[in-house]
Ligand binder design. Structure first.
Ligand SMILES: Cc1ncc(C[n+]2csc(CCOP(=O)(O)OP(=O)(O)O)c2C)c(N)n1
Length: 658
């Protein structure tokens, strides 16, 4: 029997409805509606080899409408990806299975990104597409030339982040980004007309995208649309008009099929309607066979690519392999050593954002895969070094990205760049605007991506811009995110050390929180030991046995050192602990932590932020000097006095407890 398109698509439909029914949970509608489009994409266009899921020049496929995860799991099973067998499909959404509720990044080979929060997937894909262009400019079209395909739903395109991301993709003319929009007019509450009347095609055309609309159940129309999209010099949106839960006799076209099992009667009716008589989880051998052919088709293309890679100049090839693997260039740390030595010799009294710029001046030359950027605050966050050229739609050979005022889109794009591999993205904005990127930053942490956020103007110390710009709760809220290293370096040397950790930490994102205002250099030593790597350490030791431990981060470390001097005058010995990264400190052995914090000392913490979290270090009886509400607009030095964040206050808090 010849296998037709309809048989291939129906295999997806059957697996989706049966797996959701067995799990008694999940979203059958979207996979059933988009089965035709996905079949066309995976059998005709997507460049992949199921036996080599990590092949560097594969096309990327992002399921932005991640609730339709059964679509992806069915595709991975049918095309023969090693991680997903029929047992995994049967165990959909069960504890410990690879087929989790939303396709979680890293859970199984073939899953490019997790897209639970709507809008993130399409925005992440923009970053993947940027990375592809950057690497292509660096290593040549022969070894880097692939598409990024996205399936996105109404929900993705309603979310604000998709506006930022699509606008930026249009600006950069990302011609290898092709979005297949599941235009089914249905979301959870019912018809999308309840809340949405956008002209989506006109919107994307206005962003500078190529647009088209097709019947998503007509494979020939989908084929023609993708072929046309591939030839454009801009990103493409193909609106695929589909029926959610296509084939279901009463639930097709209704929101009832969006996120609940169809039920046994409806499933039986669907089997009849689509002409699929096989038992649940039974896919006829010839249908699986036809799908598996699609899964191996890319092997030849991959081998041809491997031959091209092998033909490259040895140095270039090694460099390509190194960058893609995520390993850093040999000897890159000497850039950090050099700048640490300069800082300890010059002892600058500058803002840590300025020190960060000086670190980058050295680092950019040493680590060619670092790609910088900012959300329109380049001069304030010091992320662009003197030699960096900006990337533009005509030239991706630069190393700097002007993301525009799109913090959320920027953070998502950075996730995509990191996931793509071959580049390490860092970018800056003000710390208080971390809230604008939070959902994407949470995913950086969840997915374990090496992205580095340079977040400056990190306290009332920014001064006159006032409380709208002065973060008080932001550090605490970022520290609450698991697997995110929040660095707040206390002087220039610590800035260099925190950068060293951030660049070399492959599976944890970093926030580097930096001051606007000048602060003194405290560290005397410039050897190769990275003291910040332990998260916290005694930066200034008391003479004699300490009865007080003062803990601080960032600009308040020098406040702590002054308080130490005041206490010494009164005969009180205090150690000052700099705690640039709580997460790293908490990961140290208990003995180390105790040796730093002191066993029976009075504890006082000082940080120009709210106290939340400090309890774990200062205990119920310790002192905290910081903020308890929002800031105010005034010169920084007046604000520190006004809010009582002074050495005198720290010393008094310590003495009160002795
Ligand atoms: C940021 C975010 N908000 C809300 C949700 C919950 N949610 C999951 S799917 C969905 C509706 C999506 O509608 P659509 O994209 O049209 O999908 P379809 O109904 O076609 O499957 C919602 C609100 C989410 N996953 N992410």
């Amino acid at each position: 029997m010849t296998i037709e398109h309809k048989d291939l698509a129906n295999a997806i439909r059957a697996l989706a409805m049966d797996a959701v029914q067995a799990a008694n949970s999940g979203h059958p509608g979207m996979p059933m509606g988009m089965a035709d489009v996905a079949t066309v994409l995976f059998t005709r266009f997507l460049k992949f080899d199921a036996s080599a899921p990590d092949w560097a020049d594969r096309d990327r496929f992002v399921l932005s409408a991640g609730h339709g995860s059964m679509l992806l799991y069915a595709l991975l099973y049918l095309t023969g990806y090693p991680d997903i067998d029929i047992e995994e499909i049967k165990n959909f959404r069960k504890l410990g299975s690879k087929t989790a509720g939303h396709p979680e990044y890293g859970h199984a080979a073939g899953i490019e990104t997790t897209t639970g929060p709507l809008g993130q997937g399409i925005s992440t894909a923009v970053g993947m597409s940027i990375a592809e262009r950057i690497l292509s400019a660096r290593f040549g079209e022969d070894v880097v030339s692939h598409y990024t395909y996205v399936i996105a739903g109404d929900g993705d395109l309603m979310e604000g982040i998709s506006h930022e991301a699509a606008s930026f993709a249009g600006h950069l003319g990302l011609s290898r980004l092709i979005v297949l929009y599941d235009d089914n007019g249905i979301s959870i509450d019912g018809s999308t007309s309840l809340s949405w009347s956008d002209d989506v095609l006109a919107r994307f055309a206005a962003y500078g995208w190529d647009i088209s609309a097709v019947d998503g159940h007509d494979p020939d129309a989908v084929i023609a649309a993708i072929e046309s999209a591939q030839g454009q010099n801009k990103p493409s949106l193909i609106a695929c008009r589909t029926t959610i839960a296509f084939g279901a006799p009463t639930k097709a076209g209704t929101s009832g099929s969006h996120g609940a099992p169809l039920g046994n009667d409806e499933i039986a009716g669907t089997r009849e309607a689509i002409g699929w008589s096989h038992a649940p989880f039974e896919i006829p051998g010839d249908v699986v066979g036809a799908w598996r052919e699609a899964g191996v088709k890319g092997a030849e293309v991959r081998q041809a690519w491997e031959a091209r890679l092998a033909g490259l100049d040895g140095k270039v090839r090694n460099e390509f392999n190194r960058a893609i693997s995520g390993d850093l260039p040999a000897g890159w740390e000497s850039a950090i050593q050099k700048i640490k030595a300069e800082f300890t010799a010059d002892r600058p009294g500058q803002a840590t954002r300025v020190s960060s710029g000086a670190v980058l001046e050295k680092l950019i030359g040493a680590v060619p895969e670092l790609i910088g950027g900012s959300a329109d605050l380049t001069g304030s966050v010091n992320t662009r070094t003197s030699n960096m050229l900006a990337i533009s739609r005509d030239d991706f050979s630069g190393r700097y990205i002007h993301y525009g005022i799109r913090e959320h889109g920027m953070a998502a794009a950075m996730n995509g760049m990191a996931q793509h591999g071959g580049v390490i993205p860092y970018a800056g904005t003000f710390l208080v605007f971390a809230d604008y990127m939070r959902a994407a930053l949470r995913l950086s942490a969840l997915m374990g991506q090496r992205v580095i956020q340079v977040l400056t103007h990190d306290s009332i110390g920014l001064g006159e811009d006032g409380p709208t710009h002065q973060p008080v709760e932001t550090l605490a809220s970022l520290r609450a995110i698991p697997n995110l290293n929040v660095f707040r370096p206390g002087d220039a040397v610590e800035v260099a050390e925190c950068w060293e950790i951030a660049v070399s930490t492959a599976t944890t994102p970093s926030v580097i929180s930096l001051t606007r205002q000048g602060i003194p250099t405290l560290r005397e030593d410039a050897n190769s030991e990275n003291k910040c790597a332990k998260g916290g350490y005694i930066i200034s030791k008391a003479e004699g046995d300490a009865s007080v431990t003062i803990m601080a981060t960032g600009s308040e470390v020098s406040v702590g050192v002054k308080a130490q001097e005041l206490l010494a005058i009164d005969g009180v010995a205090a150690n000052v602990v700099s705690m640039p990264c709580w997460e790293l400190f908490d990961a140290q052995p208990a003995v180390y932590r105790a040796s730093v914090l002191g066993e029976n000392t009075v504890k006082v913490a000082v940080e120009a932020a709210v106290s939340m979290g400090w309890e774990k270090y200062i205990g119920p009886d310790g002192g905290f000097i910081g903020m308890s509400g929002f800031g105010a607009s005034a010169p920084a030095s007046d604000l520190f006095k006004h809010f009582g964040i002074t050495a005198e206050a720290v010393a008094a808090a310590a003495k009160k407890r002795l």
